[in-house]
Design a protein. Structure first.
Length: 349
């Protein structure tokens, strides 16, 4: 890997975010840009933690205090959100609170951030359905139309593992592992493509059927969902070191890699490998993170590292924003929701 190229791209992303900090003072970027600019919204969506997490990452790397100060200012908003239960009836507590509050605690020792994150972890734990053994993804608990899990939740489980480590309350870990086992048993097809969501019978908790929310069809593989599988399995492996997990990770990853176009930036659904459908560069970026995490955990052969580097280099060359580009994002040509008509060929958190 050309490390100078990576460093240059990272620095450019850092400068772009820094130059637009004022645009989001008192708020957060929306999940996707509009005409290449993120609108400012309140802390009400599932991607808020990603923005704060980027600030912590840039502070950790550069020690520039503007990133730390801004991220610390955000913590009040995250605390207010969980205390007042502002749009928290869903499973994305990990996405929201791990990069923001858990990171703050780990980097600065902020005990208030720790308390906030533990409240979020408890909220996530409370969504566990005994019938079916899964964390309900969306809606009020027990909603008959939302008795399902989604593949994204694999990325939320580390919040529960962290809460167990901090409190020694075994129920956090038990819920995380139960959900993991259930998710892996229903989301992964025989060919290692993945369902986006999976429903259960509310009466007895038995598996019902797979479906999609953002993919091309119920039987296709939504690219970002498949990438969540790559990254999510890798993040869960330290807490569930089973050989079966290695086999599953390899299958899910190989399926993703085999369905990439020549420049390695995924289309929005892996059903497409050529043509005029929009790309989702964010899916390939997530896959890179998942592969590198798997290498770090020795979950896979080292040969996968070179595959991740190849994707990363292509993203840098063709998709990473430059400081002179129009817009306030860092990765171009993403697709937030193709069928929803949202964030198509835009920046996407």
């Amino acid at each position: 890997m050309n490390r100078e190229k990576v460093k240059h791209a990272f620095t450019a992303a850092q400068e772009i975010v820094k130059s637009h900090l004022k645009d989001f003072k008192g708020g957060f970027p929306a999940p996707a840009s509009e005409n290449q600019f993120y609108p400012k919204i309140e802390n009400i969506d599932w991607t808020a933690g990603f923005y704060t997490g980027m600030l912590w990452m840039f502070y950790e790397e550069s020690k520039d205090t503007i990133f730390r100060e801004t991220a610390q200012e955000h913590l009040k908003s995250f605390d207010n959100r969980i205390n007042k239960r502002i749009w928290v009836d869903h499973h994305d507590m990990g996405f929201i609170y791990s990069p923001s509050c858990v990171a703050a605690y780990k980097l600065t020792g902020n005990t208030k951030a720790k308390e906030t994150a533990l409240k979020a972890a408890s909220n996530l734990r409370s969504r566990f359905q005994e019938k079916g053994q899964f964390i309900q993804a969306w809606g009020m608990i027990g909603d008959t139309n939302e008795y399902r899990l989604i593949i994204d939740c694999l990325l939320n489980l580390p919040l529960l593992y962290w809460a167990f480590e901090e409190t020694k309350d075994i129920s956090y870990q038990e819920v995380a592992l139960a959900h993991l086992k259930t998710a892996l048993s229903v989301l992964i097809r025989d060919d290692f493509s993945t369902y986006h969501t999976y429903y259960f019978n509310q009466k007895d908790g038995s598996p019902a059927y797979g479906a999609t929310k953002q993919g091309y069809s119920d039987e296709s593989a939504w690219s970002r969902g498949q990438a969540w599988g790559i990254y999510g399995i890798a993040l869960n492996y330290p807490h569930y070191r089973k050989d079966s997990l290695k086999t599953t990770w390899k299958g899910v990853t190989d399926y993703f890699l085999a369905h990439l176009p020549k420049d390695l930036a995924a289309y929005w659904d892996l059903y497409f490998m050529e043509g005029d459908e929009p790309r989702d560069s964010s899916a390939s970026a997530i896959a890179v993170c998942g592969i590198l995490e798997a290498c770090r955990q020795k979950l896979c052969p080292e040969s996968y590292r070179q595959k991740a580097y190849a994707i990363l280099e292509s993203l840098i060359d063709h998709y990473a924003a430059k400081t002179e580009d129009v817009g306030n994002g860092v990765l171009k040509h993403s697709t937030y929701g193709r069928l929803l008509g949202e964030g198509i060929d835009e920046y996407c958190l």
